[in-house]
Design a protein around this ligand. Structure first.
Ligand code: DOR
Length: 442
């Protein structure tokens, strides 16, 4: 068992579950929040006191979609470097995707990831089980898994499930949450041929267009309704999909959006070229606006980064050989809190979208709020200082960010995972380890 010091955080602006901020203290014992009060009397046996004057205390971010590349693709990222990046970014838990090598499609592969994470991860971890057209028995049984991941498009090999007949089989069996990468592979294939030979990466958004995303989201929604199956739409990216959900969103359906689909658009290709290339692609300023409104209105439920690092050498290949994906866990919270500082949303909404709502959708007990009895996964952020995103500061192995140079506030100053300080004032405590997440009902 890790040493769990008792910690008292003093004079923080504490975000309470009702969205109000309270100036006060938080006491942590045995990895759990013990007390939240305007003033907690000095405890003689407290191991650590954190003076949080001027800082804001939020529930730790739960990032529900990341690609951390281990095992098999460790030249891009591994569970240690990725979890260091999480700690620096105020992310205390993550849900990781199955497109590692081997693919996470069996209990054995899932167990291997859990073991690796227990040895290497500074923050808490959970993993998806990947669906294949074969529908292996482990898809329904492997545990603990946060859900089933289906790539309806934008994937090669066994993880691509793009035929309705196989999708229907998956939707009709069991009751685990199904999370979909919704893009219509047949349409993408056809448009790839149409636009073959173009090496300007901006063509990526034309090839994998809004219609490709809408087609797949419509199909997933249809199957979810037919079987009343819990469905989560990953990185929803278009105005059309948001409007579809606004008209017709069953209570058991959730959807997420990434900071990059809110804050970047196709103009980014001119500035950062293939670093802006991801799946689903960046869209237009109009899509940005509609996605923001959908998030504000609760049509979209929460935020994920889709942290998908590739090396700069890989990204330097000309389109379409350049891989899709961008890192995100280190910048997501500061990006969103900067939006709050600029009046686009509130700090309470950011926390709702990046922690509370994620814990609810994935049924992760005792996380996502600052209340006694909950796990002490917390982040102290500084909303008074601005600092630019600089690649040399990043812990992600890929060493770059699509937001390089953006001047942000709300950076994590102290990140606490299960009562242990994983990051403080620029320093990582690399000996800290997170725990495997639990999912109620799984
Ligand atoms: O751009 C992306 N890259 N989107 C995904 O969904 C997968 C990811 C990757 O693994 O590189």
């Amino acid at each position: 068992m890790a040493f769990n010091p008792s910690v008292t955080i003093r004079r923080a602006q504490i975000l309470l579950p009702d969205g109000e901020l309270m100036l006060g203290d938080v006491e942590i014992r045995n990895g759990t929040i013990a007390q939240v009060a305007p003033e907690i009397s000095p405890t003689p046996d407290a191991d650590i006191e954190i003076e949080a004057d001027g800082l804001t205390l939020l529930p730790g971010v739960i990032d529900p979609q990341v690609h951390f590349r281990e095992p098999g693709l460790e030249h891009k990222e591994d569970l240690f470097t990725a979890s260091c990046a999480c700690a620096r970014g105020g992310v205390t838990s993550f849900l990781e995707m199955p497109n590692t090598r081997p693919l996470t499609t069996t209990q054995a592969a899932l167990d291997d990831k859990l073991q690796r994470a227990a040895q290497k991860c500074l923050v808490n971890y959970g993993f998806f089980i990947g669906a294949t057209a074969e529908i292996l028995p482990d898809l329904l049984q492997a545990t603990p898994a946060c859900g089933i991941k289906i790539f309806m498009g934008s994937m090669h090999g066994p993880l691509l499930v793009d035929q309705e007949v196989f999708l229907e089989k998956i939707f009709s069996q069991g009751d685990r949450l199904i999370a979909v990468h919704a893009e219509d592979q047949a349409r993408i294939n056809q448009r790839r041929q149409e636009f073959a030979g173009i090496t300007d990466p901006a063509i990526h958004s034309t090839i994998q267009d809004n219609q490709a995303a809408l087609n797949a989201t419509q199909l997933a929604l249809k199957l979810s309704k037919k079987y009343q199956r819990r469905l989560h739409i990953l990185h929803l990216s278009t105005a059309e999909e948001a409007e579809l959900l606004r008209q017709d969103k069953p209570a058991w359906v959730t959807a997420e959006v990434t900071p990059q689909h809110l804050l970047l658009n196709t103009s980014a290709y001119e500035k950062i070229g293939t670093l802006a290339q991801m799946n689903p692609p960046l869209r237009s300023p109009h899509d940005n606006e509609v996605l923001w409104q959908a998030l504000q209105d609760g049509v979209l439920d929460f935020i994920a980064t889709d942290h998908a690092p590739h090396t700069l050498a890989e990204k330097a290949q000309p389109y379409p050989n350049s891989p899709s994906g961008m890192p995100g866990v280190e910048t997501s919270l500061a990006l969103m809190l900067t939006q709050a500082a600029q009046g686009r949303c509130t700090v309470a909404q950011v926390s709702q979208w990046m922690s509370t709502a994620v814990a609810k959708a994935y049924r992760i007990p005792n996380k996502g709020a600052i209340v006694p009895g909950y796990d002490a996964d917390l982040v102290l952020v500084d909303l008074n200082t601005y600092r630019p995103v600089l690649s040399q500061d990043l812990a992600t192995k890929c060493g770059w960010s699509p937001f390089e140079g953006w001047n942000l506030t709300g950076w994590a100053v102290v990140t606490i995972v299960g009562g242990q300080i994983a990051y403080e004032w620029g320093k990582l405590h690399t000996e800290v380890r997170g725990q495997a997440l639990r999912f109620d009902g799984e």
